[in-house]
Design a protein around this ligand. Structure first.
Ligand code: AP5
Ligand code: MG
Length: 213
């Protein structure tokens, strides 16, 4: 299973990819997560990415392509992968196609997690990550016991730096301009599957599994 998860910021790419990874035993490859790790580790990539991510713009293609080609070359990606947040513009999509051709492992499907834009702001401003477990939570939507489980164990509910209203507005604009055209690109290749990504996390996961069947 070699899939790309397409969808606006807050559409649930990370949430659904983590479940799919656990069920299908294939790696979840998120360029956003890898860039945040690079920032935390203070690497060269991280330094290049930090201010761009803070504004909600796209990190230069060369940086992201370098990260992705290294990661897809890892042996654990040979049997499949879930790409989350990559590709994000036409250049990245064309380069991904070329890279996968070279590896002899073409993409199976691009799944669009389709959500009305009005819902996204609340999902994003409410998002928190547990500092102990890395679990993705939401102060508006997660069950209170899940939030308490983190804090009672001594963890903190951390908010992402780009999850403020101003940066979110720019991220949504950047998505519309750069990433939405990929919907037509994958559709014209007969590789697009659209999943209604409104509803509970469990409902959406069931739809995703059905779409991948
Ligand atoms: P990235 O980390 O990829 O962020 P994003 O695309 O903005 O997407 P998010 O991670 O915000 O949303 P998500 O769809 O994963 O939603 P989640 O599951 O967390 O990129 C960040 C930055 O890195 C970019 O702005 C850019 O600068 C840079 N970057 C990354 N990749 C790049 C690339 N390829 N090229 C150039 N630059 C790149 O869910 C969100 C919240 O909603 C959570 O709290 C969750 O609990 C909640 N939630 C999820 N589903 C539901 C539901 N069904 N009901 C209620 N709540 C829900
Ligand atoms: Mg994400």
């Amino acid at each position: 299973m070699r899939i790309v998860l397409l969808g606006a910021p807050g559409s649930g790419k990370g949430t659904q990819a983590k479940r799919l990874m656990a069920d299908k035993q294939i790696p979840h490859i998120s360029t956003g997560d890898m860039l945040r790790e690079a920032i935390a580790a203070g690497t060269r990539y991280g330094l290049q990415a930090k201010s761009v991510m803070g504004s909600g713009n796209l990190v230069p293609d060369d940086v992201v392509l370098g990260i992705i080609s290294e990661r897809l070359g890892n042996p654990d990606a040979a049997d499949g992968f879930i790409l989350d947040g990559f590709p994000r513009n036409m250049r990245q999509a064309l380069d991904l196609s070329e890279l996968l051709d070279q590896l002899g492992t073409p993409l199976d499907t691009a799944v669009l997690l389709d959500v009305d834009f009005d819902i996204l702001m609340k999902r994003l401003t409410g998002r928190r990550t547990c500092s102990l477990t890395g679990k993705l939570l939401n102060i508006y939507y997660s069950p209170q016991e899940d939030l308490d489980e983190c804090t009672n164990a001594g963890g903190e509910l951390i908010q992402r730096e780009d999850d403020n209203e101003e940066t979110i507005a720019n991220r949504l604009e950047v998505y519309r301009e750069n990433t939405e055209p990929l919907i037509d690109y994958y559709s014209s290749q007969g590789k697009l599957t659209t999943v209604n990504a409104e509803g509970t996390i469990d409902e959406i996961y069931e739809r995703l599994l059905a779409a991948l069947d």
